[in-house]
Design a protein around this ligand. Structure first.
Ligand code: ZN
Length: 220
């Protein structure tokens, strides 16, 4: 039955505006991600998420860098995104599905939107993710469990970054930019952006640095 579980993505309204100013070379376009929210219990899973996300976004022409939310703003980055991890981003070993965390929503990840602009503020709902992957991961060895969990987080975040970078609420037919993820999508060995999505993301890379002050964040 868990193969039938779907990951829903929805849009929220949060007061953050995009800040773009960067290179016109897609291969060198930096995507700076600020990590905020609850401290995850598994730092290894977060490290895996970062590594897997770097690989996914590199295919779209972006180089990912990370800061925590207390870091000083790095205005040289082409695109800034705040990423919030909600809940415990891990699955404890040896528990049954019924021991899984309660999740008040099936939305695994979301991104803010205002009018027609997708805003650079994304949330990964780890409680919901844990609920979905729990049956499969609970019996896995610790390192493998963290790896699979972190990779699933990277796929969710890559989906949200697609919305931000392409500034669209639309979805693609397949791959990471499709509207719903299955249990298999989250855990299978290969799950990436489609070629058409990659082309869209590469076209979305910021073109010219003009006036960074005009694009400064107004708050978050
Ligand atoms: Zn979506």
């Amino acid at each position: 039955m868990f193969a039938r579980l779907l990951a829903a993505f929805c849009l929220l309204n949060l007061a953050v505006v995009p800040c773009r100013a960067g290179s016109d070379d897609p291969a060198n376009s930096e995507l700076l991600l600020y990590l905020s929210g609850d401290l995850p219990q598994s730092l290894h899973a977060v490290d895996i998420m970062k590594s897997e996300l770097a690989s996914l976004m590199q295919s779209a022409g972006y180089r990912v860098a990370w800061r925590d939310s207390h870091s000083k703003t790095d205005s040289t980055a082409a695109t800034l995104v705040v990423v919030q991890l909600q809940g415990a981003c891990s699955v404890p070993a040896g528990s049954s599905a019924s021991d899984g965390p309660a999740a008040d929503t099936k939305t695994l990840a979301s991104t803010a939107v205002s009018d027609d602009v997708v805003l650079p503020f994304s949330i990964i709902n780890c409680a919901a993710l844990s609920r979905v992957v729990w049956p499969s991961l609970a019996q896995e060895p610790g390192a493998r469990r963290d790896f699979l969990y972190g990779r699933a987080m990277a796929r969710l975040l890559a989906h949200e970054l697609y919305h931000i970078l392409a500034n669209t609420r639309d979805h693609e037919r397949d791959g990471i930019a499709k509207s719903h993820f299955t249990f298999t999508d989250l855990l299978t060995e290969r799950f990436e952006f489609e070629h058409t999505t990659l082309a869209k993301l590469q076209r979305a890379v910021p073109e010219v640095v003009t006036d960074t002050a005009a694009d400064a964040p107004s708050g978050r």
